[in-house]
Design a protein around this ligand. Structure first.
Ligand code: S3P
Length: 449
């Protein structure tokens, strides 16, 4: 038996593979990034915001709970719907209790920006994984704007935000491409005197910019740069959340690698800052067709028709990395199933996600017999045959995207595989097991041995 190395295992596990071809038509849940932002801007707006397609995940629910704690009434008329009674930019109420962001880096980093200019103090906490993620990257620019935010040693959570500070606009060049840091600075900029400008080394998802504009805040933005001034108001509006490309990604890869598959995934969010995986997979030989491209809530969406294809390894273009930053665990699986070698570079950010994704994916795929050389900022993956090591337990390290990616890898293994510590899949993809099984994957709940 393989010893587990991850701390805080929940005992929840999956038994996965080998699987059948994936078939039929599926829908995946709402976009996590957009759902977080919809709650935040809805809460800070004047008037009532109705959100449709809200992700019923632990991460986004944690953000909604935080605003509830800060005095915002949020109703759930039906699942995937929220009605947010906005309190305006200055209407939040302080809370003596800590604000628990759960597993959500997006929740904590964006909240740090939104709360930096409030009159009250706040403490942001998170789970074991979030408590190990770097917050210095948001503290630095926010404190430069006049905020007073303290963290634990090493810039780790909890974050103590001292209220009552006067914020000043900033012209900030991000050292790493991060939509979370950009968004934190822009949200603080709502409360700052003067202009706030954020410049990115590579364009990242622009949901905060688009949504601020939809809520009536004057903002100018183009790929790689955003600019706004404080002193306006947010006006409530409707938000329609498209299906999350990152959740669709597991099924895109599964249908690509499992022979005989033909799957349609409906109404997937196709924001170009999210769809880098499609470019990488197509360069590897994947057969993915975009059908009925249209707009939903101001975002491009399309149905994706995916057929099995034989893949070949590629050098993943470094310029694609930010556009597929959450999809690397799934790409590792595609690379493991491809002919030849796939080279990933320029992806050091993967080491500070919900787990060190370069290490966790490399470790797990090696256990399945794949040759992987890990580097400081990437990996070299030699495609091969996936072998279910007898009695092996694949460690997901409590990382939702690792767990789901390993479930896909297991479909091609030559026997059943156990994947441990899978409870956090509920942070982004509630109902994954049932949907995967309906599409044809061999996947069921089990217990970690
Ligand atoms: C997100 C930005 C990305 C991404 C995360 C969601 C967002 O993080 O990995 O899942 O909603 O802004 P970084 O900003 O750390 O790259």
């Amino acid at each position: 038996m393989t010893p587990r190395t991850d701390a805080g295992s929940t005992g929840a596990a999956w038994i996965a593979g080998p699987g059948q071809p994936l078939r039929g038509t599926i829908c995946v849940p709402g976009d996590k990034s957009i759902s977080h932002r919809a709650v935040m801007l809805g809460a800070l707006a004047e008037g009532v915001t109705r959100v449709r397609g809200f992700l019923e995940g632990d991460d986004t629910r944690a953000t909604a709970r935080v605003f509830d704690q800060l005095g915002v009434r949020i109703e759930t008329p039906t699942a995937s719907e929220r009605v947010i009674h906005g309190v305006g930019l200055h209407g939040l109420r302080g809370s003596n209790a800590s604000l628990d962001c759960g597993n959500a880096g997006t929740g904590m980093r964006l909240l740090a920006g939104a709360l930096a200019g409030q009159r009250f103090d706040a403490t942001l906490i998170g789970d074991v994984s979030l408590s190990q993620r770097p917050m210095g990257r948001v503290i630095k620019p926010l404190n430069a704007m006049g905020a007073r935010i303290d963290a634990a040693a090493g810039g780790l959570p909890p974050l103590r935000i001292n209220g009552g500070q006067r914020l000043q606009g900033i012209d900030y060049a991000l050292p790493v491409a991060s939509a979370q840091v950009k968004s934190a600075v822009l949200l603080a900029g709502l409360y700052a005197r003067g202009e706030t400008v954020v410049r990115e080394p590579h364009p990242t998802r622009d949901y905060t910019e688009r949504m601020l504009s939809a809520f009536g805040w004057p903002i100018t933005f183009a790929p790689g740069q955003a600019r706004l001034s404080g002193g306006h108001a947010l006006r409530a509006t409707g938000v329609e959340v498209p299906a999350d490309f990152s959740s669709a990604a597991f099924f895109i890869v599964a249908a690509t690698v499992v022979p005989g598959s033909e799957l349609r995934i409906q109404a997937v969010g196709m924001n170009p800052r999210r769809t880098g995986l499609l470019h990488a997979l197509r360069a590897m030989g994947a057969d993915i067709v975009e059908l009925d491209p249209r707009e939903q809530g101001g975002e491009p969406v399309a149905d994706l028709h995916v057929r099995h294809a034989t893949l070949r390894g590629i050098d993943v273009p470094v310029a694609l990395v930010p556009d597929m930053i959450d999809e690397f665990p799934a790409l590792f699986v595609a690379a493991a199933c491809a002919k030849g070698r796939t080279l990933i570079r320029g992806a050091a950010e993967l080491r500070v996600k919900e787990s060190d994704r370069l290490a966790t994916m490399s470790g797990a795929l090696r256990l399945l017999g794949i040759a992987i050389e890990e580097t400081a900022d990437g990996a070299s993956i030699q495609g091969g045959h996936l072998r279910a090591a007898p009695a092996a337990i694949l460690a997901s390290h409590g990382d939702h995207r690792i767990a789901m990616s390993l479930a896909i890898a297991a479909q091609l293994a030559d026997g059943e595989v156990t994947i441990d510590d899978v409870a956090n899949v509920a942070t982004s993809f509630p109902g994954f097991v049932a949907l995967a099984a309906r599409a044809g994957m061999a996947l069921r709940e089990g217990n970690s041995r």
